[in-house]
Design a protein around this ligand. Structure first.
Ligand SMILES: O=P(O)(O)OC[C@H]1O[C@H](O[C@H]2O[C@H](CO)[C@@H](O)[C@H](O)[C@H]2O)[C@H](O)[C@@H](O)[C@@H]1O
Length: 273
C-alpha cells in the first residue's frame, strides 16, 4: 500500500486547489470501509470515532461535504453520528435518497424490489446458499451478504449468476461489493449522484475530492476524473484494504482504511488560508 504521503501529480494539484480555495471545494465520502470499519454484521457498523468530529471541523470551512453511500441515508446518518453536522448532505442508496439538516427524501421503490424480496429466499435456497448467507433489506434494494459464511468468496461466486438472473427478471441491477451482491434499481450510481449534487449547487467547484474503498465507488472516481478533464482539479482517495484493489490502482493516494481516512481529514486543510 502507498504511504499517505505518496500522491500523484494530479492529486497534488487537487490538494493544492482545495487548500487555496477550501470554501469552494466539494468533498465527497463513501461510508462503509471509508468512514466506518468493515464488520461482520452490517447493523453493527459504526463510523470511526474520529470521523464525525473530523467532518464537523471541515464543514464550516469547505464549500460542501457529501456522503455518497449504498446505505439508506437515514442509516448512514445514525451509524455515522452525523445528525448535528451543519451543512453535511447524505446521498443514500447510491444517490436515490437525500438527507440534509434532518430532512429525508426517499422515493417509492420500483415494483421489482417487492418481487425480488418475495423470490429471494427461495432463490437462495435453490442455489444451496449456506445458512449464514444474510439478506439486508434496505427498502429500495436487497443486499445479499456472505461475509459470515465459512468460505465467503466461494459462497458469493456461487450466487453471482443466479442473482443476475433474478435481477433481470425483476428489472433490477446487481451491484457487487465487499462480500455482497445487491439487487437495486437501475438509473443511478455514485458518479451520477456526485455530478448532479455538484450541478445543483450551481457554482463550479474550486476542486473535488472523493474517498472510497469499494467497487461502487468507482463511478464516483470516474465522475472526478471527468471533472478533471473539464478543468476542475480533483483528488481520488482510496481507503485501502486487502479485499478490493481496483480503487488503489486508480487513486491519487491510498490511506490505511477508515483510520487512515480520518487521519488524512485531520491534516487536509493544515496549510489552507
Ligand atoms: O457505499 P457504502 O457506504 O460503502 O455501502 C456499501 C454497502 O456497505 C455495507 O456492506 C459492507 O459493510 C458491512 C459492514 O461493515 C460488511 O459486513 C459487508 O461485508 C460490506 O459489504 C452495507 O451493509 C450495504 O448495505 C452497503 O450498500
Amino acid at each position: 500500500m502507498n504511504s499517505p504521503r505518496s500522491v500523484t501529480a494530479a492529486g497534488a494539484d487537487g490538494l493544492d486547489a482545495i487548500r487555496k480555495s477550501p470554501s469552494e471545494a466539494v468533498l465527497g465520502f463513501d461510508f462503509d470501509g471509508t468512514l466506518a470499519p468493515i464488520v461482520d454484521d452490517p447493523a453493527s457498523a459504526r463510523a470511526h470515532p474520529g470521523a464525525a468530529p473530523a467532518l464537523a471541523r471541515l464543514a464550516p470551512r469547505v464549500g460542501a461535504l457529501v456522503i455518497v453511500t449504498g446505505r439508506p441515508a437515514a442509516v448512514a446518518v445514525e451509524y455515522g453520528g452525523f445528525e448535528g453536522i451543519d451543512g453535511l448532505v447524505v446521498l443514500g442508496q447510491y444517490g436515490l435518497e437525500r438527507w440534509e439538516s434532518g430532512v429525508l427524501t426517499v422515493p417509492e421503490p420500483p415494483p421489482g424490489v417487492a418481487e425480488a424480496r418475495a423470490k429471494l429466499p427461495g432463490v437462495l435456497e435453490a442455489a444451496g446458499a449456506p445458512p449464514e448467507t444474510f439478506i439486508e433489506d434496505k427498502g429500495q434494494a436487497l443486499a445479499v451478504h456472505t461475509r459470515r459464511c465459512a468460505e465467503p468468496e466461494v459462497a458469493l461466486e456461487r450466487l453471482r449468476g443466479i442473482l443476475a438472473a433474478l435481477a433481470e427478471r425483476t428489472g433490477l441491477t446487481v451491484e457487487p461489493g465487499r462480500l455482497v451482491l445487491e439487487l437495486r434499481p437501475h438509473g443511478m450510481d455514485k458518479g451520477m449522484a456526485l455530478r448532479s449534487f455538484i450541478a445543483d449547487r450551481g457554482t463550479r467547484p474550486s476542486a473535488v475530492l472523493f474517498a472510497g474503498d469499494d467497487l461502487g465507488d468507482l463511478a464516483a472516481f470516474e465522475a472526478v476524473e471527468s471533472l478533471r478533464a473539464e478543468g476542475v482539479p480533483g483528488v481520488l482517495v482510496c481507503s485501502g484494504s486487502a479485499e478490493v484493489t481496483a480503487l488503489a490502482e486508480r487513486a491519487d493516494l491510498v490511506v490505511d482504511g477508515p483510520a487512515g481516512v480520518v487521519g488524512f481529514l485531520g491534516t487536509l486543510l493544515d496549510s489552507a488560508p
